[in-house]
Design a protein around this ligand. Structure first.
Ligand SMILES: [Zn+2]
Ligand SMILES: [Zn+2]
Length: 327
């Protein structure tokens, strides 16, 4: 299941027409969130959310600021089509300008890859299309001034072995690295649903081992996926234990980001069902440990939760920052 798309707040007709700006509750709230974002920089935790790109990719930046986020994720185009129009140069320039105006460091922006891709597919046509899309997405990142790119490794569809699937994924990454400059490909851990690869840290390590330029590969740990795959982050000391295990099996220097999601499913259920923070089987204390974990300083910590009315991203970001002991 994926992050929910979100757009920027609609401007009032007066604002849109350039008329006298009248302040409403929403604006004051947004301003307070902006202040809080500046204040939160002191604790080195960059908490944010997946934001929508409807109406123009640059709008994602303002949406994040409005919800008081310090980091964000976004898609780089439509999730429905393999053939997408090229990224508009003017839109990309506006995006870069907004990031700089609103003081977002590219290190805290983590684009999410298209769900259509399967770089481990045993079907040759799907593999070819996925490989081409990976190149296209990395090129989009470069154009946007971004240097991280997160995607789901892939699936064997049950018709090739995990090792063969791992080799295909690494092959697609090596190919994309050759075609594009500098962007770091960030593998997301999976819930272990069906025949997806990347539920176990050892599988992520297997891919990394086959990547030629290891300065351009990393991992994003999704808390819901980890829990569903059997890593018990909900247990006392569970977050630290998971990071220790990750460090031993993969290496902490590969950890580039965290997806902050509670889980609708139980430990080891292998279901990819995100829940709002503190409302699922993981529970609030694991998230308190995460926002106070020094090993997670200075990397994007990104919500992909349902964000139900009254407990949307802004409220969940506020809650998470309130748990930071350095505040
Ligand atoms: Zn994902
Ligand atoms: Zn995720």
């Amino acid at each position: 299941m994926g992050p929910k798309k979100r757009g920027a707040r609609k401007r009032t007709s007066e604002e849109a027409l350039g008329g006298e700006k009248h302040r409403d509750g929403n604006e004051e709230e947004a301003e307070e969130r902006g202040d809080r974002r500046r204040k939160n920089r002191g604790n080195n935790k960059y908490i944010g959310a997946h934001v929508g790109i409807q109406g123009g990719i640059w709008k994602a930046v303002g949406s994040c600021t409005e919800m008081g986020g310090s980091s964000f994720a976004l898609f780089l185009g439509s999730q429905r089509s393999w053939k997408r129009p090229a990224l508009d140069q003017t839109a990309a320039a506006k995006f870069r300008e907004q990031c700089s105006l609103q003081e977002y460091n590219p290190a805290h922006i983590l684009p999410h890859g298209s769900y259509l891709m399967n770089c481990g597919s045993p079907k040759e046509d799907v593999f070819e299309k996925s490989q081409a899309m990976l190149v296209d997405e990395l090129s989009r990142c470069s154009l946007l001034g971004l240097n991280l790119y997160n995607f789901h490794p892939g699936s064997s569809l049950g018709s090739i072995t995990t090792e063969q699937c791992v080799a295909k994924i690494a092959g697609a990454i090596n190919h994309a690295h050759q075609q594009t400059p500098a962007v770091v490909t960030v593998l997301e851990n999976m819930s272990g649903q069906g025949s997806t690869v990347g539920g176990k840290f050892s599988e992520l390590k297997g891919i990394i081992d086959k990547v030629r330029d290891q300065t351009r590969v990393g991992v994003c740990l999704d808390t819901c996926h980890a829990y569903a795959a059997g890593y018990d982050v909900a247990a006392e000391g569970g977050v630290k234990a998971m990071l220790d295990e990750f460090d031993q099996e993969v290496g902490l220097h590969y950890l580039k980001a965290i997806h902050l999601n509670d889980s609708k499913g139980k430990l080891g259920c292998h279901l990819d069902r995100h829940e709002d923070i503190g409302k699922g089987h993981i529970g609030i204390s694991a998230f308190r440990d995460i926002v106070n974990e020094p090993r997670l300083d200075n990397i994007p910590l990104i919500l992909e939760t349902p964000g139900r009315p009254g407990f949307e991203y802004a409220e969940q970001i506020e809650l998470l920052y309130s748990l930071c002991e350095k505040n």
